[in-house]
Design a protein around this ligand. Structure first.
Ligand SMILES: [Zn+2]
Ligand SMILES: [Zn+2]
Length: 342
C-alpha cells in the first residue's frame, strides 16, 4: 500500500508516485501524426501496406493506415479503437480514433485524429507488367509444323490457371504477354522459376520433352551477367483419344500423365500401360477428330454389322466384351480394314 503524492489518497497501484486517477488526469495517452500517406496502385487498386501491396476495401485501408499510425505512451496499451471517418474528398480522410486503453489494469479513454491522404502510385508488379518486363519465355510447339487451335487453347488455359494459382501467394508472378508465332505460341513470364514450373507442368501433362536455354541479355548495375531463360516445350502430335501406333500395334490412346500413358489395342481391346520413357516412340496414326462414324444395323455377341461410311457396304466389326454400341460407332480404317474405336 502506498499513497499518492498529489492527492494524498492511499492507493494500491501508483505510477511515478501518483495514484492512477491523478496520473491520468489531463494526460494525453495516445498520439497520431498530423497526416499519413496511403499509396494506392492506380492500375490494380491495391494498397501499399508496409513493404507489401494488398487488396483492400478503400475505407478499411484508410482506417488501417490511421490505426497503424497511432502511438501510445509508456505504460499504456491500446486495446480497442472506435473509428470515425470523415470524407473530405476522394483523396483526403479525417480519421478520429477513440481508443480504449489499459493502464495497469485500469481502463481509460483517449482520442486522437489524423488525416489519411491517398497518393496515386503504381505498384512494382504493375509497373513491370506495364513495362513488358519478363525473365523467361515459354515456347509451346508440337512435333509437326503447327500447333492446332484446340491444343493451343487447352495448353494456354492450363498455363493461365497455373499462373493464377501461383500468383495467389506470390504477386510478383504474372504473364507479361502471349504471342502467336509460326508453329506455336510464346508466353512471356515475369520470373524464371515460373517458366520452369510451367514447362514442367506441360511436359508432365503431355509426356513431352522440354529444353531450357539461357540467353545473356546484359549486365546488372553491379556487373553480374543477366540472363533470360527460354523453355521450349515440344508437345507430341498425339492427344488423348487419337489412334496411335505403339510397338507396331494400332491403339487408342486413353490417358497421358507424368508417369506415361495408357492405350487400348484395337485388335484385341486390351488395355496396356506405356512407360513415360517409351512415350516418345508413339506415333500418331489418326486424330480423334478425323475418326469416322458408322451406322450400326445389327448386333450379335461380340460383333456388330455396320454400314461402311465410304461405300455403304455391310461390314462386320469386332467389339469389346460387354460393350453395348449405340446407333453408331466410331471407326478407323487400317490397311483397308475397318476397326471399331471403343
Ligand atoms: Zn492521486
Ligand atoms: Zn498494381
Amino acid at each position: 500500500m502506498s499513497f499518492c503524492v498529489k492527492c494524498g489518497e492511499d492507493c494500491e497501484e501508483s505510477l511515478n508516485g501518483l495514484c492512477i486517477s491523478c496520473w491520468l488526469d489531463g494526460r494525453k495517452l495516445t498520439s497520431a501524426p498530423h497526416h499519413v500517406d496511403l499509396r494506392v496502385c492506380t492500375n490494380c487498386g491495391e494498397f501499399n501496406i508496409g513493404d507489401r501491396w494488398i487488396k483492400k476495401d478503400l475505407l478499411v485501408a484508410v482506417q488501417d493506415a490511421a490505426a497503424d499510425s497511432l502511438a501510445a505512451i509508456r505504460d499504456v496499451r491500446v486495446v480497442n479503437i472506435a473509428m470515425d471517418v470523415e470524407v473530405k474528398d476522394e483523396y483526403v480522410y479525417v480519421v478520429t480514433m477513440d481508443s480504449t486503453c489499459d493502464v495497469l489494469g485500469y481502463e481509460a479513454h483517449d482520442e486522437s485524429s489524423t488525416i489519411v491522404r491517398i497518393k496515386n502510385n503504381v505498384c512494382r508488379r504493375c509497373s513491370r507488367q506495364l513495362g513488358n518486363y519478363y525473365e523467361s519465355i515459354l515456347q509451346i510447339r508440337t512435333g509437326s509444323k503447327d500447333l492446332s487451335p484446340e491444343l493451343r487453347e487447352e495448353t494456354l488455359a492450363m498455363v493461365e490457371n497455373s499462373v493464377a494459382r501461383q500468383a495467389a501467394t506470390n504477386r510478383s508472378l504474372f504473364i507479361t504477354k502471349m504471342e502467336l508465332v509460326t508453329g506455336g505460341v510464346d508466353v512471356y513470364l515475369s520470373s524464371m522459376s515460373l517458366g520452369k514450373s510451367l514447362a514442367r507442368e506441360l511436359s508432365d501433362a503431355y509426356c513431352a520433352e522440354f529444353k531450357e536455354s539461357p540467353k545473356l541479355v546484359g549486365q546488372t548495375t553491379d556487373g553480374q551477367d543477366m540472363y533470360r531463360l527460354t523453355y521450349l516445350v515440344r508437345l507430341p502430335e498425339y492427344h488423348v483419344g487419337d489412334i496411335v501406333i505403339h510397338n507396331k500395334r494400332f491403339c487408342k490412346l486413353i490417358r497421358v500423365s507424368g508417369n506415361g500413358g495408357r492405350v487400348i489395342d484395337l485388335m484385341d481391346f486390351r488395355e496396356k500401360a506405356v512407360r513415360r520413357a517409351d512415350m516418345s516412340e508413339i506415333r500418331l496414326y489418326e486424330k480423334s477428330s478425323e475418326l469416322r462414324e458408322a451406322t450400326v444395323i445389327n448386333r450379335s455377341g461380340s460383333e456388330v454389322q455396320v454400314l461402311h461410311p465410304d461405300n455403304y457396304s455391310t461390314v462386320d466389326l469386332r467389339i469389346p466384351e460387354g460393350y453395348e454400341p449405340g446407333d453408331s460407332v466410331r471407326v478407323v480404317t487400317i490397311d483397308d480394314v475397318l476397326y471399331m474405336v471403343p
